[in-house]
Design a protein around this ligand. Sequence first.
Ligand code: AVI
Length: 318
Amino acid sequence: MLKEENDTLERTMVDPMFRADVLNGLAARPRAIQARWFYDHRGSQLFEQITDLPEYYPTRTEAALLDKAGPQVLEIAGAGRAVVEFGSGSSAKTPRVLSAIKPSAYVPIDISGDFLRESARELSRQFPDLPVHPVEANFLHPVPLPDQVATLPKLGFFPGSTIGNMTAAAAVDLLRAMRHSLGEGAHLLIGIDRVKDPAVLVPAYDDSQGVTAAFNMNLLERINRELDGTIPIENFRHKAVWNAAIERIEMHLEAVRDSEFTVEGRSFSIRQGETIHTENSHKYTPSGARLLLRSGGWTPVAEWTDPDDKFALLLAEA
Ligand code: AVI
């Protein structure tokens, strides 16, 4: 598809929630736009590239932990479960879990139906004997699971430290919703990134090749493309900072000079040095991660970390 055609297509399919979040977020003080809007087609491609960056340790560290933990998860949770993956996306980590856990069914849940069906088809090719029941839903709320898995014990799977992109309060609500969706006797296998030296954390969100910067800046490009914006992209720069008090990495778009622009005909101005806050990535200490799970109604039963304790995989029971 030609770029112009793609731009036209994206403009005609604007999500009203995107429009509302951007207009409200630019008018608010401090300015903030939700990180969920990073993931248009280009943003999803850039995120895939981030996961391969030398500085971005979470993806490869978690993959190694999943290989290590698989047999023990099977021992603790037992075979024959329905594996329910929340926000399955491309299901990139799923084969690791499915081969180790010997499930009776796989239920990927994602808000993006097209993506979901395509990755479900791909998984069925890799695991031809495994029943796959995709569910298109927003997993932030309790999700009714398909009848076919009603009688099976469940193993929830939530990798990637995606939970870190929420405030602790929202994370607790989500864990409770998951417990509700999965029911009594369920287990949850979850990846949670650790608090660590900012000298490791900051480069993971401000890499030397500038991929994370492009990922962040793509949000401005998306606003210009989809919401008829006139944001002068070159007047902004990517900024990643460690907020020690709240134990989170924050991503911002910082104005490098005073700027004025319009979005959907509304005028905005931003002074040099002011920022638009675009993402939080909360990190947890060992006890903080366990407390988070307990607050969400889950009892931690096992935990795996890499030798440098960069990232943790936790198994909890309902
Ligand atoms: C999806 N999420 C867990 C990533 C993270 O590490 O918080 C998103 C990301 N943002 C910049 N790099 C990666």
